[in-house]
Design a binder for this molecule. Sequence first.
Ligand code: MG
Length: 275
Amino acid sequence: MKPISALRVSDLREIRFVLADIDDTMTVNGKLPAESYRALWDLHDAGIGVVPVTGRPAGWCDLICRQWPVCGVVGENGAFAFYLDGEHRRTVYHPAAPPPEENRERLNEIARRVYDSIPGTRPAKDQFCRLFDVAIDFREEPPLLGFDVAARVRSFFERHGACAKVSSIHVNAWFGAYDKLSMARHFLAERFGHDIGDREANRRVLFCGDSPNDEPMFAAFELSVAVANIERFLTDLSSPPAYVCARESAAGFVDLVQLLLEGRQSASRRRVGTV
Ligand SMILES: [Mg+2]
């Protein structure tokens, strides 16, 4: 991993989309600080499309796509994307996401066995507004459980045939061959005709995250960045990000956005100067 200061101005000035995880990437101690929200508006005002890519539920994503300065949001670890089309909220479902009701009882049953067999695990409080997955809380609220416990929960779901990912606060589990990356790719192609399988298009997207559930994104983007709190997960990642911020969570995210916008400004100043 290189420091973000190694990002080249020639790369930054071409960026068209910033995709970013939310929890412990834009937030700190569970809050979205003013600086992070300002950074999202700064990207928006610079004409860069922001797409949060999160494990958070459909209920949150409805609010995010309506109220935040974003051009879409990928939710529940890639089951869907929401975006605003004028005054209408539209949904793009992942082609591999089965209808939510198909698996709800199966997922609930496995989750009940998790709560029975792994002490301290409990449903995430945002479960009520989830469509596709179950979220097991291990660090959003006290008592905070270790990442070793999260790994046991993940394995439990996997042994029962579900997909499971560990974020910085929850273990999310679902049925269906999708993840953050495949939905982000599908959404950018469907909504903007932007195919990240094409190398030039890929280099016009920057991703920032912090956790193992961001790993497919780290692997897919040449311009992949993590905030400094990725450190605790590095031994678990086979695809680390290309770049890392010097500071953790929201502070790192804000540093990255500032660097990106300054890089673009200095590039445009140079372009003006050469005319
Ligand atoms: Mg996160």
